[in-house]
Design a protein around this ligand. Sequence first.
Ligand code: TYC
Length: 104
Amino acid sequence: KDDEPLDGDSDVAVQTKIRTRKPPMYKVLLLNDDYTPMEFVVMVLERFFGMNHAQAFELMLTVHKKGLAVVGVFAYEIAETKVNQVMDAARQHQHPLQCTMEKE
Ligand code: TYC
């Protein structure tokens, strides 16, 4: 092997595998309570989650009956913004409505 270098290295290109990772997604959860008016919850779902009135009413009823429901699944910063929008609106109207997020 006259043409190989003395150090034993051969001229083979080795490429390190680059692994990318999908960003984690976050569920936005709406929680039931005894005091927030149903119409307010429907309005919140329409305004911040782009639902039509029928969709919003149905999801509000699901939360009312089951205690909580997933309103949507979003990238971290989008989920955070939705939670803040809901919590700010609830605070402004002095309703105890709670909205949280959790990693999917
Ligand atoms: N349980 C409330 C009522 O009877 C309505 C309600 C629904 C409140 C959904 C919060 O996330 C909620 N007025």
